[in-house]
Design a protein around this ligand. Structure first.
Ligand SMILES: [Zn+2]
Length: 380
């Protein structure tokens, strides 16, 4: 007898130093959907991202096979959809980019790893699955490509949403569940900033990622120089010396400023360290701009720059308060955003370090009948 097949969604998150991959079954469980059943593994990045993607598809196939052998169930898990998240710039919309000469899924130029230039990640992944007919993949497995910051933001958003809804719905009925979920959906604008080799970010508003023609590139906003920093020659791989945030405090810029071993020493810096205040100053201007443009419910600071040093987030909050509260004459501060108490509620650290790969698998998941997880389906 042919075993029953259970659909799974897979995710591949290409980080700066490693590739994280995993899958979760498409189970409709009301309060804790999917998240707890995610299986994750990782490999270090090679110099060639295309090799990494092929390798990870092979490894995903094996991961599902191992899981199937371990399980005692009658059904067999198989992957019906996969989302790959990759550092930008990458074409995430199929229409507009054809007009300017590049297609959906195509990573295009300017990246830290030369192998990303003009590579169509969508075509590579699709043909790898089709060509090899891996047993754990459905023949019609759907491939989607997202910007890394978008997947990261969606993962963190969904994990927080599940926690919020779960905490308020235990022992309550279906109506209460729908009400609480709708409340979260309507009241949450989640901004995520990824501070690592590059600087990026994304916004999840009303359950979906706020992007359309392209993805946001908030790491490249122009920020005012710190008063002690006029001599630094800023260099951005995307648009040269334009004094953007990444050109000041992306990891390559920090290595140029503070030495190649910067990351080894960074976690020990404390609030007396002017170099840490310099980093906090620059991050705070992105936050101030986000607050003034979209007024998010929360802003999550993730990536190694934000998480390796335990004092940085608190110092960033101090800088944000300074900017939003600074009075000129009788002018008042921005109400609701400017006090220390307020910023400590909305500027926070991530809850899930692997939110990126969770986000990928969740984005690969079809919208369930109960609208349980993914509000935003792929465009392709
Ligand atoms: Zn830039």
């Amino acid at each position: 007898m042919t075993p029953e097949l259970s659909n799974c969604s897979a995710g591949v998150f290409i980080a700066d130093d490693q590739v994280i991959y995993g899958f979760m079954p498409n189970v409709n469980s009301r309060l804790a959907p999917h998240i707890n059943s995610m299986t994750i593994d990782r490999i270090p990045c090679s110099p060639n991202v295309i090799d990494d993607i092929r390798q990870v598809i092979y490894l995903l196939n094996r991961l599902v096979e191992i899981k199937n052998n371990e399980r005692d169930e009658q059904d067999t898990l198989h992957i019906t959809s996969i989302t790959i998240a990759i550092p930008g710039p990458i074409a995430v919309s199929g229409v507009r980019h054809k007009d300017v000469g590049y297609d959906y899924g195509e990573a295009n130029g300017f990246n830290r790893r030369i192998s990303l230039r003009n590579q169509n990640i969508y075509e590579v992944a699709s043909s790898e699955i089709r060509k090899n007919l891996y047993a754990s993949f459905s023949e019609e497995a759907k491939v989607q490509i997202y910007h890394d910051a978008a997947a990261y933001a969606f993962g963190e958003y969904t994990i927080r949403e599940i926690e919020y809804v779960k905490a308020r719905c235990i022992g309550r009925d279906e109506d209460a569940y729908s009400h609480v979920k709708r409340q979260y959906y309507n009241n949450t604008v989640h901004a995520q900033i990824l501070l690592d080799e590059g600087i990026g970010g994304a916004i999840v508003a009303f359950g979906g990622i706020a992007q359309q023609n392209m993805h946001s590139e908030m790491g490249h906003i122009i920020v005012p120089r710190h008063h002690s920093d006029y001599k630094f020659s800023s260099q951005c791989s995307m648009h040269n010396a334009d004094d953007c945030l990444e050109s000041f405090i992306g990891i390559p810029a920090l290595k140029r400023r503070f030495g190649d071993d910067f990351l080894n020493n960074y976690s020990a810096w404390d609030h007396k360290e002017p170099r840490l205040w310099l980093i906090a100053h620059y991050i705070s201007y992105l936050i101030v701009n986000l607050v003034l443009v979209v007024a998010p419910t929360r802003i999550v600071l993730s990536g190694r720059i934000a998480t390796l040093n335990k004092q940085l987030v608190r110092m960033v909050r101090g800088c944000v308060v300074d900017v939003l509260s600074s009075k000129q004459g009788d002018g008042a501060r921005f109400p609701g955003y400017g006090s220390q108490n307020e910023v400590s509620k909305y500027i926070v650290q991530p809850q899930e370090i692997d939110a990126g790969v969770y986000g990928c698998a969740l984005l690969a998941m079809p919208v369930s009948s109960a609208g349980t997880v993914a509000y935003l389906s792929g465009r392709r």
